[in-house]
Design a protein around this ligand. Sequence first.
Ligand code: CA
Ligand code: CA
Length: 351
Amino acid sequence: MKAAETALRLVLAAALALGAGTACAAGRAAAGSDGPLCRGYSGVPQGFAATGDAEPNRAGLVAVKGGSFTMGSRDGYPEEREPHRVQVQDFLIDRHEVTNAQFAAFVKATGYVTRAQRPLDAWAYPGVPRERLVPSSVVFVPPQRPTPAYGWWQLVPGADWRHPRGPGSGIEGLENHPVVHVAYEDAQAYAHWLGRELPSEAQWEYAARGGRDGAAYPWGNTPAVQGRAMANSWQGRFPFEDDGADGHAGTAPVGCFEANGFGLVDVVGNVWEWTRDRWRERHAQDGADNPMEVRLAQAEAPRGTQPRVIKGGSFLCAPDFCVRYRPASRQPQDPLLATQHLGFRTVINLR
Ligand SMILES: [Ca+2]
Ligand SMILES: [Ca+2]
């Protein structure tokens, strides 16, 4: 594979995460008033620390009572079908997306180096000259003129979680923003450090719905409420200008928008979030396929590019391009690929 093809593959994989699609028009929303955390928040919940020998760390987690719900939707994109009943057990889940400050604490304690900070693996990119296998990640670069779809993604050497827009950028002042440029194994390593897991897709969607079974959004069926933005998405002409009418161009500090019915913030919008589940083009059509039976990924270190499911859309989702800031929305993501619009949150399973 030529280096250019490799870069294209990476960019295309990132494009998969953004998703194609025409979309219904959404009303312009005024900036929401600051939510429960937001600008004054350090990004680190009280009691946050590495797991002890016996118990996982529970700081920043919300208890979710299990139950049954309708997973998927018939009203969205084809991959959201078919809606089907799913049962989940009680679990705990992060109230907010993992922040830069939390990930920094993990790195400081462990010395962990993320995939984007390491040279690309030759096994994953056969035929690519060694000098091209440099640490790099995929960055959103607004084009100056009309460009083919996904041409706004660029593989940038030196882009990583500490440099979200590439060399010269940084995370100073962004401690309470979601961490980005984390690959699947990076998210998994962080979760295990706390004695936790990545959520299954079913857990994530159940938590995101916040008890509003069947609703299009965590707050109801309209993209805004009384003209008030409810999540960090894109306003303006995509992909040229994000005018930040919702109060935030790019990522936002966690918790600037209203919490859902379970107390979670930014489940939809802000950044996409990893789940541990492997991608399937469609949901199973019957409830007998209980996603909680999927084996936990505790011991698994993925080698290869079998996609995983990511959920919830991001600050790049626009009403005229990708209406995926909804609980049912889902996309495949190359587990090796870190990008600027993808983060995660963690769970503890109570079984
Ligand atoms: Ca925004
Ligand atoms: Ca999110």
